[in-house]
Design a protein around this ligand. Structure first.
Ligand code: ADP
Ligand code: MN
Ligand code: MN
Ligand code: MN
Length: 337
């Protein structure tokens, strides 16, 4: 007997990488081996030296094919075994190893938008639906579009064993969210990439596409983000560490903005529950701040913070690496570990 291994990897498209995958048939019980692909078709190599290496980093049951079939998330290496320039995971791996004693964990809220026939699901042809107001966490055929796809995706993620913690309908018609975590930086990022792949794959069967475009409709419509919730052991135990992390993020704000996804200026305008990309702020319960301290955290004097800036199209390997690097280094320096 044999099984199908769906090898998934992140390509070299700029400014926003895309997911790719292909299937390999493996003998029953065989561990997925290192494999290769033609990097000249994925913006990862020139035609004359086109071999790139797929190195498996995370595998789970394949909920689409079922049975013993598996999904195999890979990082991309050069033929000499070093990380490919597009491989942002290897840097996160080094940073999270350096700070693993602080036990950082992440919960990422992935927002996205369904499209069909060139417009968001629920938008009438040649016009706009009723303004925002009733779609967020709505119910009923006049408010909710694509629930069948969303439920199928949720089941797929759960059957794959991913740490999905919830879903909700978002502020614009056809816009939704799922949350991954809280788990370690590498687990949250690997699982988010696999959950994104499953989203595209599930929606494909419904003839619908899903996009992580941070501002899919211009004008008075919410953009799509990837709020990133973060804590270390010290933050889960006391408030001083929460404040240290918030202040540290302010000191490297522009470096973070640059790593939080292409076209972030179009989304972080200061309107639609965002803070302007050019100004850093944090506050309790403040959904107009860059970083929010949830009210429960302020009440308990411990917990986690929510960085509201990352775009839906961000690379979680980059976002979690920046946050661990900035916050854990500051906590270490302050002796709050
Ligand atoms: P919001 O109110 O911003 O919409 P959500 O419920 O969508 O919040 O998401 C909150 C996220 O925070 C979840 O992914 C959850 O797993 C995560 N989370 C909860 N506690 C922690 C923690 N201590 N550290 C990091 N993330 C956490
Ligand atoms: Mn949310
Ligand atoms: Mn949301
Ligand atoms: Mn949020």
């Amino acid at each position: 007997m044999s099984y199908k291994a769906e090898y998934i990897w992140i390509d070299g498209t700029e400014p926003t990488a895309r997911l790719r995958s292909k299937t390999r048939i493996l003998a029953d019980g065989a561990e997925p081996p290192v494999w290769g692909f033609d990097g000249s078709s994925t913006n990862q190599a020139l035609g004359h030296t086109s071999d790139c290496v797929l190195n498996p980093v995370f595998t789970c049951p394949d909920p689409i094919r079922g049975g013993d079939h598996r999904l195999v998330l890979c990082e991309v290496l050069l033929p000499d075994g070093s990380p490919h320039p597009s491989n942002t995971r290897s840097e996160l791996s080094a940073v999270s190893e350096r700070f693993e004693d602080q036990e950082p964990i992440f919960g990422i809220e992935q927002e996205y938008t369904f499209f069909k026939d060139g417009r968001p699901l629920g938008f009438p042809s040649g016009g706009f639906p009723a303004p925002q107001g009733f779609y967020y966490c709505g119910v009923g055929a006049d408010e909710v579009y694509g629930r069948e796809v969303v439920e199928t995706h949720l089941d797929a993620c759960l059957n794959a064993g991913l740490a999905i913690s919830g879903i909700n309908a978002e502020v614009m018609p056809g816009q939704w969210e799922f949350q991954v975590g809280p788990v370690s930086p590498l687990a949250a990022s690997d699982q988010l990439w696999v959950a994104r792949w499953l989203l595209y794959r599930v929606a494909e069967d419904f003839g619908i596409s899903a996009t992580l475009d941070p501002k899919p409709v211009k004008g008075d419509w919410n953009g799509a983000g990837a709020h990133t919730n973060f804590s270390t052991r010290a933050m889960r135990e006391g408030y001083d560490a929460i404040i240290t992390a918030c202040d540290a993020l302010g000191e490297r704000a522009q470096e973070h903005i640059k790593g939080y996804g292409a076209e972030i200026e179009h989304r972080l305008t200061g309107m639609h529950e965002t803070a302007p990309w050019s100004e850093y702020s944090y506050g309790v319960s403040d959904r107009g701040a860059s970083v929010r301290i949830p009210w429960q955290v302020a009440a308990d004097k411990k917990g986690y913070i929510e960085d509201r800036r990352p775009n839906a199209n961000c690379d979680p390997y980059v976002v979690t690496r920046l946050m661990v690097d900035t916050c854990c280094a500051a906590l270490e320096k302050a002796g709050q570990v």
